[in-house]
Write a protein that binds this ligand. Sequence first.
Ligand code: NZQ
Ligand code: ZN
Length: 383
Amino acid sequence: MNNFTFENTTRIHFGAGQIEKLAEEIPEGSKTLVLYGGGSIKSNGVYEQVAKALEGKEWGEFSGIEPNPQYDTLMKAVEKIREEEFDYLLAVGGGSVVDGTKFIAAAVRFDEGDPWQILTDHKPVEDAMPIGCVLTLPATGSETNIAAVVSRGADKLPFISPLVRPTFAILDPATTLSLSPRQVSNGVVDAFVHTIEQYLTYPVNAKIQDRFAEGILLTLIEEGPKALTTPKDLEVRTNIMWAATQALNGLIGAGVPQDWATHMIGHELTAEYGIDHARTLSIILPAVMKMQREKKKGKLLQYAERVWGITDGSDDERIDGAISATVAFFRQMEVPVSLSDVDVSDSAVKKVTTRLENHGMTQLGEHGDIDINAARSILQLAL
Ligand code: NZQ
Ligand code: ZN
């Protein structure tokens, strides 16, 4: 196991009725800006619950943060916060609202020019407003982690800063019952691939991280399809919600190598073609597994045995079996598994590799060996 420092300071209130905890979480005397997306919280009753919990407190609202949050929209919130002197941010929604709020929190206190430089030039975040969140879509893990992904025109870029980690996160699985089947699938697949990015690398004898990751994968494989076939089952949603948080709260990634090539290639596919985040992952991951099968051999065999129960056959046969089982799971979750599934032609290979090059994404993967040529091969395998 590699050395690590682990910290996750987000206080989690999990379960039915926990939105009322906002009353005690929002600091006394603060002026809170509630940020949300396109209106799902208005139709599923979450907005009313939030408004009720905030009764007696000073608060305003900012709506319209889009999926894959857009810089221009977020900068409008920055302006409002400065003009109206809000001092606390409450994100209510999915990963895009939480990520957007993280960027806003940093941008408000960034005074070295355009805050977009935090993403393009990795300018350090030296200060940020405090954030709390009410999560309504289990997928990204953004509710307790330090990452955010923001889009500006044709660019979609990530940044990380411990200063934007939410102080608290409220997770009531009942809020997820209004998700469309597409968003349910996306969430399960995103959490699955987050786990894989931190697990399917090379062995470092990190038994706890491995077994915890395998537990998350097995839970998602067991519960994910049920969320589609029995969409009103709250216990299924409850297990999925907790799995998604655990998949990217830092714990399974501590002390182990991490990959993230699938995500970085996927972000470019979203920026170029507008494909949902999770669907880019289900398209690219099988190709990464095929391309890197020798370098990931040890972990692929472990994954085959412990996650899919594949113990018979040669090494190659078991690895093939694990890749096929992964693809079959994605199909069962009704997400695409190739570029042709989303009607994207082979011109994507050139477009996406050019984008990766422009963004300096030329040393991806746990060995840093996925250069432009390797990325090209992965995209070709994903056609
Ligand atoms: O905007 P509203 O009206 O709220 O509708 C949203 C949106 O249209 C809807 N939705 C959310 N909760 C709902 C609901 N609809 C009905 N009932 C509910 N309870 O779902 C749609 C998608 O929402 P979005 O927030 O975009 O989805 P998700 O949570 O999957 O977030 C995706 C974003 O997170 C980034 C992705 O790149 C993408 O931009 N990621 C962030 C990460 C992080 N911070 O660590 C890691 C991830 O890998 C990922 O890259
Ligand atoms: Zn993701």
